[in-house]
Ligand binder design. Structure first.
Ligand code: SF4
Ligand code: SF4
Length: 471
């Protein structure tokens, strides 16, 4: 194996596992990946672009006069499109996280590392950084040569362009991330004029540096050494899970041969070209079997398919397949464990939808004026003063009518029609005026009710007392 292939992880069956692991780590030098095109790379492009566009453009989308997706921490409100989550809705946010986790479990059990290979931000951003690297420093061989060359103006120019490109994408990523917490139309001008809040600037810097290092330098090490998901997802696999696999029966014994020549019947289809290793972003050899470092990106499938095509052999020597399919056995159906994930997911979705649809869109709390229990009013009447805290949790501005239950003869002063914009909380002072002789006790239990003008079924209630002097 030449020096360019030193990063290749040779797994020798005769070497004890612990030595092999040490060997892997010692050899884990810089990986120079070869660019490859093919069916799965087009698929990655088609899935990656919408996600990237969504990430970068979503903060620019406005709805009802505010940023459509905004995690407003100072106001303790999370806006996701037309739904606003309040601190009281923490259970709904917990549901969303659990739903995401079970979706990931079910998808992994059925289709392997689909998340890692196609949608994980680490994979997507590393692919962008690799593209920039190739644009400015050239192909795999050109990059290896460039790194071995002594410093020259030409090398400095290429490296500067590459790092500028990386820096630009990293900064864009950092600003966009923070704009999910601070409105982008406010954040961007403030950052450009250096008048942004210190916390916002620090987080932009932190996420810019993290993106730069993760996608530019750490790359596969994030997947192999830092990501906990990579470690435990194999427990979700079963014999029907789709994984990227090398067909050993068909490929071995490997050996080089010329194109379109009659193959030695004792020789396998693998021509040992190592293209599958050179394209692998984690630097592994898929022919050594399923390894936790494999992120399921299918680059090796495209690489091997292109070789098989050139050799006039059928594609699929490296393919997405299951252990059962490879052994020529029928699929044993969806196992109980996966059915469990799907069932848990369905239950969580049902709970989430019910909680979301049945949560009250208006919230009311009442506090009495602590200064005086009651106030004298004209004609022998008395007043009690209250402060209503009314929150409009609906997506639209609404007007609320205040009703009171528990007293027969009284009048409400103020609070006839309280208008509150969507997502806002309003504190309204209100007086109840009554004849003390009409009240059954010195502390009459009453019930305040706020009724929505947009939808009469949207109501909120809060209890309080009306106090009168002892007669
Ligand atoms: S072995 Fe293949 S699928 Fe796995 S990470 Fe490497 S290139 Fe991607
Ligand atoms: S690309 Fe295919 S033929 Fe070449 S070494 Fe890998 S498995 Fe063998």
């Amino acid at each position: 194996m030449n020096s360019q292939h030193d990063h290749v992880i040779a797994v020798d069956a005769a070497v004890p596992a612990e030595v092999s692991e040490l060997d892997k780590r010692q050899r884990r030098e810089k990986i120079y990946t070869r660019a490859i095109e093919g069916y799965f790379q087009r698929l990655r492009l088609y899935t990656g672009w919408p996600l990237l566009l969504g990430y970068f453009l979503l903060p620019w989308l406005n709805l009802d006069g505010r940023q459509a997706v905004l995690f407003d921490l100072p106001e303790r409100k999370f806006h996701i499109l037309s739904v606003t989550f309040w601190p009281q809705d923490l259970v709904l946010l917990a549901f969303i996280l659990i739903i995401a986790a079970f979706t990931l479990f079910a998808v992994t059990a059925l289709w392997g590392r689909l998340w890692c290979g196609y949608t994980c931000p680490q994979t997507v951003w590393t692919a962008i950084f690799m593209y920039i690297e190739q644009r400015f420093e050239g192909s795999r061989n050109q990059r290896i040569k460039l790194d071995q060359e002594p410093l020259s103006w030409q090398k400095l120019r290429k490296k500067t362009l590459k790092h500028s490109g990386w820096g630009f994408v990293a900064a864009l990523t950092g600003v966009t991330f923070v704009s999910y917490f601070v409105p982008i139309r406010q954040l961007l001008p403030e950052l450009l004029s250096l008048s942004a809040d210190l916390t916002a600037m620090s987080f932009v810097l932190l996420f810019t540096v993290a993106t730069y290092l993760n996608a530019g330098y750490l790359r596969e090490k994030v997947c192999t050494d830092m990501c906990p998901y990579a470690r435990f997802q194999s427990v979700m696999f079963d014999k029907n899970t789709l994984v990227v696999t090398y067909d050993t029966k068909r490929g071995e014994p490997r050996g080089s041969r010329k194109r379109f020549t009659t193959k030695d019947p004792h020789q396998g289809d693998c021509i040992d070209c190592e293209l599958c290793v050179q394209v692998c972003p984690t630097g592994i050899d898929i022919r050594a079997g399923l390894q936790y470092e494999c992120i399921g990106c299918a680059l090796c499938i495209d690489a091997c398919d292109s070789i098989m095509e050139k050799m006039g052999s059928p594609k699929g020597l490296v393919s997405y397949t299951s252990e059962n399919a490879l052994a020529g056995q029928k699929s044993t159906g969806i196992p109980l464990k996966t059915l469990g994930y799907i069932a848990a997911l369905a239950v969580m979705l049902a709970l989430f939808s019910t909680t979301l649809l049945t949560r009250s869109l208006v919230e009311l709390s009442v506090s009495r004026d602590r200064g005086q229990l009651f106030l004298p009013a004209p004609n022998g009447l008395i007043d009690n003063v209250y402060e209503l805290h009314l929150t409009n949790r609906s997506a639209l501005t609404d007007r609320y009518r205040i009703e009171v239950e528990g007293m027969t003869e009284f009048s409400i002063l103020g609070g006839d029609a309280i208008m509150i914009p969507s997502g806002e909380l309003l504190e309204v002072g209100i007086r109840l005026r009554a004849d003390p002789n009409s009240l059954p006790s010195s502390g009459t239990q009453i019930l305040f009710r706020a009724v929505s003008n947009n939808d009469e079924s949207v109501i909120a209630e809060a209890e309080s007392r009306f106090i009168r002097p002892t007669l």
